[in-house]
Design a protein around this ligand. Sequence first.
Ligand SMILES: C[S@@+](CC[C@H](N)C(=O)[O-])C[C@H]1O[C@@H](n2cnc3c(N)ncnc32)[C@H](O)[C@@H]1O
Length: 315
Amino acid sequence: MKKRLKRQRRCDAKLAKRAEAKRRKADVAASTKAAFHSKVNAMSSEARDAFFVERGARIEARRRETAERKERRRAQLSSAYGLTIDCDEDLTTTMERERWGSLMKQLRAAYERNCKTTAPFKMSFTRMSEAFEEQMGRMNAGWENWHVVRLGKTLRETAAESETTAKSLVYLTADSERELREIEAGKTYVIGGFIDRNRHKGLTLRKARELGVEHARLPIGEFLETRGAPVLTVNQTADVLTSFLERGDWGEAIEAVVPARKVVKIANRSNEADAKIKDAERARDEDEDEDEDEDASPTADDDDDAPTSTDGAPR
Ligand SMILES: C[S@@+](CC[C@H](N)C(=O)[O-])C[C@H]1O[C@@H](n2cnc3c(N)ncnc32)[C@H](O)[C@@H]1O
């Protein structure tokens, strides 16, 4: 009897709390509405007309923006081009733990680029360790709502699913002897979620071979003479792929992404034309660095914590 009475009281209190919250919400809505009406009533009739025209345009622009965003997100998840970031524990435990934050910034940059393009990849992540995922939640607030597929499996488990799945994977690695020529529908391009300042050269190539999946490097050497081995960051690699899907031209995609300071010579250009282009790109890189200091948004180029190789390029 006592127990039932207690339960009844708890239930009543909950209902009263809910009713109070509802009443408060209605009060706020009523006073907002009253303020709006008194503001509109105080206007001259011309000002009121102009106000409603401008308000209508604003509402319409917002509605269009929301519809476009929804459409882009739908396109993202139904894209025929796959892009997986390999976040398996074997990679994240091999890299220095202090670099996790930088890697997470790169993951966000890659995701944001994919959200903005008209030629998106269906982006996915392999299974992260608990510790990595927990930090990812802190670093990239709201990442649970990203329009990506969480595979819930390691790359090894994914490749072992079926022969078709294994055959559809192409591990991108700067150490591959094969050059990527095309981005094919139905294939999934894998980027190693890894920052190592290239201390672990060949690590992802060995992994690809071990899993028996195809591998390839970006055709950077064909278009640019670079300082040192052209090893890019995770987001730069994703950016080259997206730029290629957008433009259909490897040269343009690579030149747009690879940081100017890494470039020694642009193939098939006179020295004068080459110097002009490099100057322009260098200026752009410097601008990006400054922007970065202001808003700390990760760009394709280096970020404060981003790893730098001996030649100064982030990897
Ligand atoms: C910083 S790199 C890691 C380098 C590391 N030593 C390795 O074994 O891959 C991060 C990832 O970007 C991708 N990547 C970087 N440069 C690339 C290139 N030139 N061609 C293809 N993929 C590249 C690879 O997927 C690589 O795992």
